[in-house]
Design a protein around this ligand. Structure first.
Ligand SMILES: [Mg+2]
Length: 286
């Protein structure tokens, strides 16, 4: 993203720099809580999204908001939407720019030192998923940085993702590998229909990270079995689309009409082809 100039809006701020600064801050938080016993400590509060807040979630959010404070101090105005704090207005609330943050996507993995958990930050110039202009996901497990800029492409560790990568299908025509998220055991029965779509399933445990795997065609598609929140998916859905994939929030009026707030509105589905996206959107989900 270009640096600040006299005519820049909040959309033109150095979001990549701010996101990388937040990653550095988050690394310190994680290093200060190296074992699962330390990472499992709860603050006693629940986030705006309803989950019990871990001390590491709160520390991670502090690391992100330190970056937002600095951008605001430099003159940028925007509204932050974060998993724990909810909406925080930086400015007078009339600016259209929204910054949608999940300080740790996959907190359960982070707590238990399972590999995949991520910082997810999306910057939008409007109220829905379709309006996301900049996306950043950093997977602390794999040490991978995923970014996207609307209309320009998506990158993994600085290398542009190939938009033409196809899905892979088994000999019987089903997808080779499908990611599922929010794999609540009560809803695995509904996922039974997925056997018609895919030969094998993977459950990574972090929506943003799973979406990014579709962006790189490591997974042939993904579906969340429950409604997801915008904070989980806002950044990674742009990364998928800028990497040639397709995304929908099937319970919304339009595929990308999910609002950028803290409520859980719709499952998210993603695929490398429009045909597979339509098949996944038909899977009965809660
Ligand atoms: Mg989280």
């Amino acid at each position: 993203m270009p640096g600040m100039g006299p005519t820049d809006t909040a959309l033109d701020a150095d979001w990549l720099g701010a996101c990388r600064g937040a990653v550095a801050g988050l690394r310190d938080v994680l290093a200060a809580h190296p074992r699962t016993r330390q990472r499992a400590v709860e603050t006693g509060d629940r986030g705006e999204g309803g989950d019990r807040t871990l001390v590491i979630d709160e520390g991670a959010e502090h690391a992100v908001f330190a970056q937002l404070d600095a951008l605001h101090a430099a003159g940028h105005r925007f509204t932050a939407v974060s998993e724990e704090r909810g909406e925080v207005v930086y400015g007078d609330g009339t600016d259209d720019v929204r910054v949608v943050i999940d300080p740790i996507d996959g907190s359960l993995n982070a707590k238990r030192l399972l590999p995949h958990y991520a910082l997810s930050i999306a910057v939008a110039d409007g109220p829905t998923m379709a309006d996301v202009a900049f996306a950043f996901v950093y997977d602390f497990g794999a040490g991978e940085e995923w970014t996207a800029v609307r209309g320009k492409g998506a990158w993994l560790d600085g290398e542009q993702l190939d938009r033409s990568l196809p899905e892979r299908r088994a000999r019987d025509g089903r997808l080779e590998l499908l990611g599922i998220e929010q794999a609540d055991p009560r809803h695995i029965a509904a996922a039974g229909e997925l056997h018609e779509v895919s030969r094998r399933l993977r459950v990574i445990g972090a929506i943003a990270v799973t979406l990014c795997q579709v962006a790189a065609a490591r997974l042939d598609g993904m579906v969340s079995l429950l409604n997801c929140r915008a904070v989980d998916a806002a950044a990674a859905q742009l990364i998928v689309r800028e990497a040639g994939g397709h995304v929908a929030f099937p319970k919304c009026d339009e595929p990308l009409a999910a609002p950028l707030d803290v409520a859980a509105r719709s499952p998210v589905v993603a695929a490398r082809s429009a045909e597979t996206l339509a098949a996944l959107a038909r899977v009965p989900i809660v």
